[in-house]
Write a protein that binds this ligand. Structure first.
Ligand code: PBG
Length: 329
């Protein structure tokens, strides 16, 4: 057979065996880049399963330590901690309480984990406010941007003092990175990096998280501070540039799978690490379909993480982090 009659270029040559495919793979996942989101709840004595996220728990202080230890052993690079206080109020007092659930759990984790795993904290108010919004409200029930910044700054300093190694502000207030950076610097934490949730859409994919973190807004929604999925096309890059100008050390795009185009755009303009958050709804959909026998669970987990990596993520927040890290090693 001559090349004149049959194709010369044969991409299939590089796909023929598993060994060849492994050699030429352009996208590889590594446990160190995975970030495990974890929930710790004040005042419970047994871990509580999150119904809409099979396999995910609201932890006690003890079960949190155990699960974090397992993640570290599997090689997971970091965890991000969310706390659920026993008591909530209008200003989210639990967020910067030195004896708050996040702060005490941080001390536990830092004592246990040492340098085996990086401990990141989500910095926001919605888990701590009785109205469930991410900030302080005005008399008319709107979220007051600048009053909220002071609360974020105080929460971030309190988390750093308790042992957080990375502050991750997720509330989408304008100026939050700058306010937190200044407060950290003023309080002796200039060495603590900020991982900014720079691009965060007002997404239906957060549904199950609101059960896990008990933070559903009691009225309205988050559309006045989180981005519109159909919003201005330049908005995501504008948010990223502002956060970098305010001192962000790394940036995040959230959710992941429905926003891979945005992740790629961000990757292409920044020189800092980019994180992507495979959120609760992404997890729940796969678990629910798999439980029905409709999809191949492991295969879809790996395929979706590979897609997120390929789109440009350096770090991936995923509730499957421990399981996947074990599979990779
Ligand atoms: C806000 C916060 C949320 C998530 C992470 N940080 C909820 C929200 O914005 O409503 C969602 C994460 C997920 O869905 O897995 N503190």
């Amino acid at each position: 057979m001559s090349n004149a009659e049959f194709p010369v270029a044969r991409p299939r040559r590089l796909r023929r065996t598993a060994a060849i495919r492994r050699v030429v793979a352009g996208t590889r996942l590594h446990p160190a880049e995975l970030v495990l989101p974890m929930f710790v709840k004040e005042g419970i004595t047994e871990p509580q399963p999150v119904t809409s996220m099979p396999g995910v728990f609201q932890h006690t202080r003890d079960s949190l330590r155990k699960a974090a230890h397992e993640a570290a052993e599997a090689g997971v690079g970091s965890l991000i901690l969310f706390g659920i206080p026993a008591v909530k109020d209008a200003r989210g007092s639990g967020a910067d309480d030195p004896d708050g659930i996040v702060q005490v759990a941080l001390a536990d984790l830092r004592a246990d984990l040492g340098d085996d795993m990086v401990v990141i904290t989500d910095t926001c108010l919605d888990e701590f406010t009785d109205h469930g919004h991410c900030g302080i409200l005005t008399a008319d029930g709107e979220v007051d941007n600048d009053a909220t910044l002071e609360r974020y700054a105080s929460a971030a300093v309190s988390q750093a003092a308790a042992g957080s190694q990375v502050i991750a502000p997720s509330g989408m207030m304008d100026g939050q990175v700058g306010a937190i950076r200044a407060a950290l610097d003023d309080n002796g934490f200039s060495h603590i990096p900020i991982l900014a949730y720079s691009v965060k859409y007002a997404s239906g994919f957060y549904g199950p998280f609101r059960e896990a973190a008990e933070c559903a807004p009691q009225f309205g929604d988050r559309s006045a501070y989180q981005q519109d999925p159909a919003g201005p096309l330049g908005e995501a890059l504008r948010e990223v540039r502002l956060d970098l100008a305010e001192g962000a050390d790394a940036v995040m795009v959230k959710p992941a799978l429905a926003y891979l185009d945005i992740l790629r755009q961000v990757r292409d303009i920044v020189e800092v690490p980019v994180a992507a958050y495979q959120v609760s709804g992404e997890y729940a959909m796969v678990e629910a379909a798999a439980a029905n026998g409709w999809i191949d669970r492991e295969r879809i987990i790996m395929e979706s993480l590979t897609a997120i990596k390929r789109a440009g993520a350096d770090m991936i927040l995923t509730y499957w982090a421990t399981e996947v890290a074990r599979r990779l090693s």
